[in-house]
Write a protein that binds this ligand. Structure first.
Ligand code: FA5
Length: 340
């Protein structure tokens, strides 16, 4: 029978060297394993000893078993702790490290302006309507009181498709007809959308730009309503009191028609380079809907009155954000877009 002392010495020596759980398992088997454990063998053979021997060896062997079991348990938990520590060391996060830049984009200035415009008009009871980019002559011109061969068509030279049957819309006014064909007055709508024109571009003219159409129709709608609605919108949009000036002008689909100027928002009507020292900015076309337009949309002539206006969304954006050239809005130049 192996002596308890040598078992204890070996166990102590080996245990000190153990640095992982796998070796600890092997150690446990070597000393306490059910079949071949060295201490197990001693404990099993106690029965073959004399009573005196038994009393001498028995308690010592039991104590050694308990000690070994305790030491194994302790080693196991310290090895596990070590494992966690080293994982923590490997996976630790330095929360003071500068963050990675968020690559998310943001809304385009035209989208921002469109949403703001929709909110302001929405608060005044205007619904948002839309229409197609590709139109027939009827919606682009005839229904808007611009007959074939009439020189007024030259005001909106557009891009023709399919042998002059279809064209890209040169303004948002066709949406008036689409909407009136499907709805009866009273109503108030705005129609923001892209329009396309054959245009020699410059700082304030592009060939692909955005317009905002407005249309309010009812029994007693008048120029007063037009002036009030536009003045309220402009003042809210620019965040300051804006004055309106209506000058007589010609658009075939309105009678009377106006060119609408607003008091310059850059110099507050004193005269600067933005308004070319006039104190006024030319911004939109407007007027009272022509009865021929109501008739083309299927209404009874003389039954309703209404106002309509068309303003360049791009021009609103230029003024709001002090952008010097309308063409910047479509270059997709990130250096430009980042500023908004
Ligand atoms: C029209 O397009 C009319 N449909 C507006 C209208 C609607 C009048 C309803 C009466 C009643 P005009 O061509 O003037 O009108 O264009 C209206 C506005 O669009 C201009 O005042 C300007 O703000 C903007 N605009 C016109 N051409 C361009 C362009 N090439 N680039 C950027 N904005 C433009």
């Amino acid at each position: 029978m192996e002596g308890l002392e040598s078992i204890q010495k070996d166990a102590q020596k080996e245990l000190e060297k153990i640095s992982n759980l796998k070796d600890l398992e092997a150690f446990e088997l070597e000393f306490l394993g059910r079949k071949k454990g060295r201490l197990t063998a001693v404990l099993r053979s106690l029965g073959t000893l004399s009573d005196t021997e038994k009393r001498k060896v028995g308690p010592k062997a039991q104590i050694l078993r308990k000690d070994l079991e305790g030491a194994i348990k302790e080693k196991k938990s310290s090895l596990k702790r070590g494992d966690i520590d080293s994982r923590l060391e490997k996976e630790k996060i330095d929360i003071t490290y500068p963050g990675l830049k968020d690559p998310r984009g943001h809304l385009h200035p035209i989208t921002k302006v469109r949403r703001e415009v929709e909110n302001i008009f929405g608060a005044m009871g205007f619904e948002v309507a839309s229409g197609p980019y590709i139109e027939t002559d009827f919606y682009n011109f005839d229904a808007l009181n611009i007959p074939e061969e009439h020189p007024a068509r030259d005001m909106w030279d557009t891009f023709w498709l399919k042998g002059m049957t279809y064209a890209l819309r040169p303004h948002t006014s066709p949406v008036q007809i689409h909407y009136m064909e499907k709805h009866n007055p009273p109503f108030r709508i705005i129609a923001p959308g892209r329009v396309f024109r054959q245009e020699a571009t410059d700082a304030s003219h592009d060939f692909d730009f955005w317009q905002l159409e407005g249309l309010m129709v009812g029994k007693n709608v008048s120029v007063k309503d037009l002036k009030y609605v536009l003045e309220t919108f402009m003042s809210k949009f620019f965040g300051k009191k804006v004055k309106l000036r209506l000058r007589p002008s010609f658009f075939p689909f309105v009678e009377p028609g106006f060119e609408v100027d607003i008091s310059c928002v850059a110099c507050v009507a004193k005269g600067c380079s933005v308004c070319q020292k006039t104190g006024w900015l030319e911004l939109l076309g407007a007027g009272m809907v022509h009865q021929n337009v109501f008739a083309a949309a299927g209404y009874v002539r003389g039954e309703y009155t209404g106002f309509a206006f068309g303003v360049g969304l791009d021009r609103l954006a230029l003024m709001k954000y002090k952008i010097p050239d309308v063409r910047h809005l479509r270059t997709s130049d990130i250096r430009f877009l980042k500023q908004f």
